[in-house]
Design a binder for this molecule. Sequence first.
Ligand code: AHR
Length: 303
Amino acid sequence: TGGPDAGSGGGGTDDLIVGFSQVGAESGWRTANTISIQGSFKAADIELKFSDAQGKQENQIKAIRSYIQQGVDVIAFSPVVESGWDTVLGEAKAAGIPVVLTDRSVDSTDDTLYESFLGSDFILEGEKAGDWVNTEFADATDVKVVELQGTTGAAPANDRAEGFRNKVTDPKFDIVATQTGDFTRAGGKQVMEAFLKANPKIDLVYAHNDDMGLGAIEAIEAAGLVPGKDIKIVTVDAVKDGMTALAAGKINFIVECSPLLGDQLVDIAKKVAAGETVEKRIVTEETTFDQEQAKAALPDRKY
Ligand code: AHR
């Protein structure tokens, strides 16, 4: 954590300075992502100025402006929400500082405002969750679904909702409630408590990340129901706590979203700083896990 000036690097050998604005520390995924990025820049001996926006777009805009003022070589950031970036990205462009989008994208129509976008295909993640739901409930006739959405306006919330709906099209599925839990465990728990009170029958929880799914598990257990059996749960991320709940049968399926973007970001930052062209879109490779696959993968899971 720290303000825009809270550097975590230490004077890189080649004098490259990168400014990074992180979303916050809302989830296990985010913590793993921060560790990956800070670790990779340290290992590469490149100075990284790191700031935590604590979930607020205005803090990110402030951090980016501060990086522009300081004249860093590259700015990278994971946008809290998709909209509202054109002005500040235009300022970076005018200052001649290349910008790399990390993890999340912006909805700007002018793609000259950034050099590259490194991160997951969130629509595909939602579609993978939807594919699993179609198979799991193939023989069911009436399926009541509740959805715990990520942060309102964030790319992964928008896209995971869209991808899921691309696949879960059979009229037997009824999404009876959808609300944001802000990607946090506490948010997932609170919203699930309300869902349980308002809905006499829930067959499936679709949580946009593991943390909200873990919060939902607490609410389901507190209501005297068995997560993974009475109410099935599908989530996105595959962080260690999520995988542990999956292996224990409390979650039914997880779509992976990899937070380990540090090494690739270092590589891209070096290239754009040297004026080289990089791929505009670099998609992270990811898989999915059922309960048996989680048991097998868990011992080696690093985060
Ligand atoms: O942008 C990636 C998402 O942000 C992760 O899936 C979620 O856990 C995090 O908060």
